[in-house]
Design a protein around this ligand. Structure first.
Ligand code: MG
Ligand code: MG
Length: 263
C-alpha cells in the first residue's frame, strides 16, 4: 500500500528532513581523525532532541543509536563504536528524524582527512548517481528509470551496486512502500506520481556488489572488504522536477569552511 502525501504532509517531511540535514552539519563540524562514532552519535542525538525531534533510528528494530555510522568496508547500518576515525577513512553517516508524526532520512559519506584518489572517485560517483536518480524521479517516469540511472552511472565507472538494500517510501513510517532499488530496467516498475515521497540511497562498492552480514545482526559489509559509499536524500515527486526535502548544503557549508573534501 502506497500512501501519497498531501502538500501539507510534504511540508512536515521537509521539516524533519531539514533537521536531519542540520544534525549532519553538526557531525561535519567535528568529524576528523581521532574522533569516534559514539561521539558524533551523541552530538546528533542531543541536537535532534534540542530541536524538537526524536532520533528515528534509536530503538528501531532494536538499533541502539541515533546514527548509523559505517566506515570504509561497512556499507550501511554500522553500530557506533569508540574506535577512532583514521586519516584516509570514509564514513557513511545515516540519520533519521521523527517530528510532528513524520520522518526524514538522509545520509552523507565523509572523508577523514586525505583519502586516496580511488576512494574520492568512489564517493564522487556515488553522490553523482544519487542526483542522476533524482533527475528521473518525476511524475510520469517509473521507479525503474530512477534505478537504471543510478545503476548505469555506477557500473559504467566499474563499481558494484548493492542489491540487498534499497531506498524506500517515507512519511508516517520510516520505511514504507514502495521499495526504491538502485538497479533496474528503464520503463519498468511503479509509475511515479505527485505526492509520492521516497528516500533514494545508492550504496556503491569499489569492488564486488556482494555484501555480507556482520555478527552483530546489523552491520552490512562488502564481501571483499573494499570500501563502499552511501548518499541519501528524501525527495517528493512532482511534475517536471523532484523536490529534494533533505539537503547537503548545511554539511557542505561546514566542510568548505573547514577545508575538507567535498566530492
Ligand atoms: Mg538513511
Ligand atoms: Mg533510508
Amino acid at each position: 500500500m502506497i500512501y501519497y502525501k498531501t502538500a501539507e504532509e510534504i511540508e512536515y517531511i521537509r521539516k524533519s528532513s531539514l533537521l536531519v540535514a542540520l544534525a549532519l552539519a553538526e557531525v561535519a563540524k567535528v568529524i576528523e581523525p581521532g574522533v569516534n562514532a559514539l561521539q558524533i552519535d551523541k552530538i546528533a542525538d542531543e541536537f535532534i532532541r534540542d530541536n524538537g525531534g526524536v532520533p528515528a533510528f534509536k530503538g528501531y528494530g532494536g538499533f541502539p543509536n541515533a546514527l548509523c555510522v559505517s566506515p570504509n568496508e561497512q556499507v550501511v547500518h554500522g553500530i557506533p563504536t569508540n574506535k577512532p576515525f583514521e586519516e584516509g577513512d570514509i564514513i557513511s553517516v545515516d540519520c533519521g528524524v521523527l517530528m510532528n508524526g513524520y520522518f526524514g532520512d538522509s545520509a552523507y559519506t565523509f572523508a577523514i582527512g586525505d583519502v586516496s584518489p580511488e576512494v574520492e572517485q568512489l564517493m564522487k560517483t556515488t553522490k553523482e548517481s544519487l542526483y542522476k536518480g533524482i533527475e528521473m524521479a518525476v511524475a510520469g517516469k517509473r521507479l525503474g528509470d530512477v534505478a537504471f540511472a543510478i545503476q548505469n552511472h555506477c557500473e559504467n565507472a566499474g563499481y558494484g551496486v548493492v542489491r540487498e538494500l534499497v531506498g524506500h517510501g517515507i512519511g508516517k513510517s520510516l520505511h514504507e512502500a514502495p521499495e526504491v532499488p538502485n538497479f533496474g530496467k528503464r520503463g519498468s516498475g511503479l509509475k511515479l506520481q505527485e505526492g509520492l515521497v521516497i528516500a533514494i540511497e545508492p550504496m556503491v562498492n569499489m569492488g564486488t556488489k556482494q555484501v555480507k552480514h556482520g555478527k552483530d545482526g546489523w552491520t552490512i559489509k562488502t564481501a571483499d572488504l573494499k570500501p563502499s559509499a552511501h548518499f541519501e536524500h528524501t525527495i517528493a515527486v512532482h511534475k517536471g522536477e523532484a523536490d529534494i526535502l533533505s539537503s547537503f548544503k548545511y554539511v557542505e557549508d561546514v566542510l568548505k569552511e573547514r577545508n575538507e573534501l567535498i566530492v
